[in-house]
Design a protein around this ligand. Sequence first.
Ligand code: C5P
Length: 224
Amino acid sequence: RSQQSLRGEKIVVTAGGTLEPIDPVRFIGNRSSGKMGIAIAQAAAEAGADVTLIYGHVTCDLPDNRKIKLIHASQAEQMASSVKEAFRKSNCLIMAAAVADWQSAKVADHKLKKQLGQTELNLKLVRTPDILATTAADKRSDQLVIGFAAETNDLLKNAQVKLQKKGADYIIANDVSKDVFGSDQDQVTVISRQGQDRWPRLSKSEIAQKIIALVARELEKRHD
Ligand code: C5P
């Protein structure tokens, strides 16, 4: 079963960062490269799954694989509706995207100009939808939801809180104070209600394969 452990399964993966517009030429973004999410989508497709990859801003190549359906969603709100739609028909969601927590309260329809002598600009930001939390809250018992936690301090404590607060089945915690963004490697700890499992530093593709092996075991349990 190892080769095609996800045959017949439908998996939704998100990757990259969202860009929240301020005006027609500016946005609030983040340093996500998309590498982890894309590696997960690829590993899932290699394991035989039908994958929907919903991606924001990425700095690496998108996969070219007939088992991976690509959907672009540049902002959190678009990503939320794409995930909602795709997850309904799927068994598993893996939220590897770096979704902005905040978006501009009002997006200007023209380029904001600085005035002569102006030294400050106040931008009002409002929360974006929490895609992981809302999806996990509505999930069926046959569906698996996995989130990521990127933290710079108190990693494991914050990730435990995130597991509870978001209602995810697993949180993959990684310390982004180290060299993670754009890197081909990462060191993660997998957090679930059963406990914590610290994996060694591995390539993102090895991490992706281990996450997919975990998904295959969990989905198998749910089908029993
Ligand atoms: O709350 P925080 O951003 O730290 O949580 C990270 C996890 O939540 C990631 O899996 C990310 O994809 C997801 N997330 C989300 N919607 C947001 C913010 C984060 O789904 N608005």
